[in-house]
Design a protein around this ligand. Structure first.
Ligand code: ARG
Length: 457
């Protein structure tokens, strides 16, 4: 059963076999393995390294294996070392001697480097699609909430009024950057390692440009030692996924807070909530909590991979087989989290009255009250002090700035006039902020136009 049994005189110890084997997880890229092999033999025949007849026989066999795995007729559960051995053994069983020519001018080192790259490349695009869907959901909420007032926080203390559109827009920017990170990774990784052999290329006249082209790469990689031992793109992807998860986790934290009895800014849909086995009243934000929790797991993949690669001499070392489980888990986790989060976001409802009432409290208009004085000639630092006194006065009387009488205002500074009330209304506070990137509806509309163009492109 071993591809490499020739120089051995003993059977592998069963525990050694189990410890060494990767079939249980590298079967995930069986399709990429077969696709890579088809490109390889196509090129071998074009270069007259194998005959056209052998090529056709091999491709026929590989396609039948692919079909049978897909349909469930061929189950990958045998005692093979890895998916490469599995496919080759089945090929030889199905087509005989021609199958033994498949591995001409190839090593499992460049083969696995290719398979993992093909798999990852596909997943980078998949993830990008999921992020784009999420951005569409966010943009929809933004458009519907240009004047939904909500307090903006710093230090989790109410700071200034903003809008729900503006708050969602912050996440739009984050996920937009995440997409651009994925694009960078794709651009850098999309070079084909096939043809690098074990580490030193091969003596066969392989046409590496051709296999790169057949597999949709920009071109072949340029150093065969680096080709078989480069896992940078997996580290970069794990890092990008960690950042995506960090963004989702921050968002989830806010959703959890907004969903508390104390806040009640939002209501998570019943279909995205869970209950308690003992407390009948409970409706818990488990999905948000799980997404937040799984963030640690994805960070773990990044740290594991970086640590595995640290100190590895050139070129291939078996340590590198450890890349797969981490990265597969990170990919599945991140994709699942984006999808679940998006569903939760699409179905949650926003309690606009609560948001507005909350913005009214906590002196979120104090900065605007100070700006009012500045407009009437008071230096900003003095204005800051005056409003600070007003805030203290209000706290003492348990009222808001808007609830003070004009006489009370004038007792602290004669500059105040009747128009102070309009100047510190929530609407004015938001509407007047129209610098680029600010929550004012005009500024938001300009940005939304750019986002529409971005998502259409
Ligand atoms: N299962 C191996 C891996 O994932 C394939 C490469 C094996 N190469 C070798 N020289 N043993 O890394």
């Amino acid at each position: 059963m071993k591809l490499w049994g020739g120089r051995f005189t003993k059977e592998t110890n069963q525990l050694v076999h189990n410890f060494n084997a990767s079939l249980s997880f590298d079967q995930k890229f069986y399709e990429e393995d077969i696709t890579g092999s088809i490109a390889h033999v196509t090129m071998l025949a074009e270069q007259k390294i194998i005959s056209d007849e052998d090529k056709d026989t091999i491709i026929g066999g590989l396609k039948s294996i692919l079909e049978d795995i897909k349909s469930g007729k061929l189950i990958i559960n045998e005692e093979h070392e890895d998916i490469h051995s599995f496919v080759e053994a089945h090929l030889i069983e199905r087509v005989g001697d021609a199958g033994k020519k498949l591995h001409t001018g190839r090593s499992r080192n460049d083969q696995v480097a290719l398979d993992m790259k093909l798999y990852t490349r596909k997943e980078v695009l998949e993830m990008d699609k999921l992020l784009k869907n999420l951005l569409n959901s966010l943009l929809k909420i933004m458009k519907e909430n240009l004047d939904t007032i909500i307090p903006g926080f710093t230090h989790l203390q109410k700071a200034q009024p903003i809008t729900l559109a503006h708050h969602m827009g912050a996440y739009f920017e984050m996920f937009k950057r995440d997409r651009s990170r994925l694009k960078d990774i794709y651009e850098r990784m999309n070079y084909c390692p096939l043809g690098s052999g074990a580490l030193a290329g091969t003596t066969y006249p392989l046409n590496r440009e051709r296999t790169a082209e057949l597999l949709g790469f920009y071109g072949p990689t340029l150093n065969s030692m680096d080709s078989v031992s480069d896992r940078d793109y997996l580290i970069e992807f794990s890092c990008a996924m960690s950042i995506i998860m960090m963004h989702l986790s921050r968002f989830c934290e806010e959703i959890i807070i907004w969903n508390t009895n104390e806040y009640r800014y939002i209501e998570i849909d019943d279909s995205y909530s869970t209950g308690s086995s003992i407390m009948p009243q409970k409706k818990n934000p488990d999905i948000a909590e799980l997404v937040r929790g799984k963030t640690g797991r994805v960070y773990g993949s990044l740290t594991s991979l970086l640590t595995t690669m640290k100190g590895l001499s050139l070129a291939y070392n078996k340590d590198m087989q450890e890349d797969k489980e981490f990265v597969f888990d990170a990919i599945d986790t991140t994709k699942g989290c984006i999808l679940l989060f998006n569903g939760m976001l699409d179905t949650m409802t926003f309690n606009k009255d609560r948001m507005r009432a909350s913005a009214e409290g906590g002196f979120t208009n104090a900065t605007d009250a100070a700006d009012y004085l500045v407009k009437h000639g008071v230096p900003f630092r003095d204005a800051h002090g005056i409003i600070g006194q007003l805030v203290l006065y209000c706290i003492d009387k348990n009222i808001s700035l808007g609830e003070m009488t004009l006489d009370e205002y004038k007792a602290i500074s004669p500059v105040f006039e009747e128009d102070i009330y309009d100047a510190i209304s929530m609407e004015t506070c938001v509407d007047k902020r129209n610098t680029i990137g600010a929550p004012g509806p005009q500024a938001m509309r300009d940005v939304i136009k750019l986002y529409d163009e971005y998502l259409a492109g």
